[in-house]
Design a protein around this ligand. Sequence first.
Ligand code: ADP
Length: 172
Amino acid sequence: MAIEFVKGDITKQDTEAIANAANSRLAGGGGVDGAIHHAGGAEIMRELKEKYRGCSTGSAVITGGGKLKAKYVIHAVGPVYSGRASDAQLLTSAYRKSLELCTENNICSVAFPSISTGAYGYPVREAALIAVKTVGDYVKTHPEIKLVRFVLFDDETFQAYKEVYSRGVMVS
Ligand code: ADP
């Protein structure tokens, strides 16, 4: 099993699935969401509209990958940061539900962006701790997941995730 951290663009990843930081209306938007719909083409939005009527915060839904290299997109809805304890629970749940969708769909490799730390305002270090710990906990009991790659868009986010990981958050 491998956990990787790369600085880059999630739309270019060749993992079986990539995760999207979606909004609860599944309406598309800016940031990573806009980039994924732009690169994957209109098919992804068509499938979302056909199959789902939104997605609650802390949950996730799955579609095909359209024109992307990845076969699937997992649309995860993280919380808008509010400073309440529920933020952490909802962010944990968004990652966990995404990983459960991998298991259910026989997906062995998945790439994640830094959910909630852009427009949704979650402090990067706190979000990185939650992301890395939730993935670490899940893969310990789910050997079917062979690769989780965090794809971080900017240097500050990339450094924060790497630092959290190297400080041994995984070993609990
Ligand atoms: P949210 O609304 O959940 O905060 P955003 O898309 O605004 O989602 O931001 C989440 C993170 O995704 C930010 O760190 C942002 O820089 C990053 N991001 C934006 N575009 C891409 C991309 N193409 N690949 C990977 N990460 C991206």
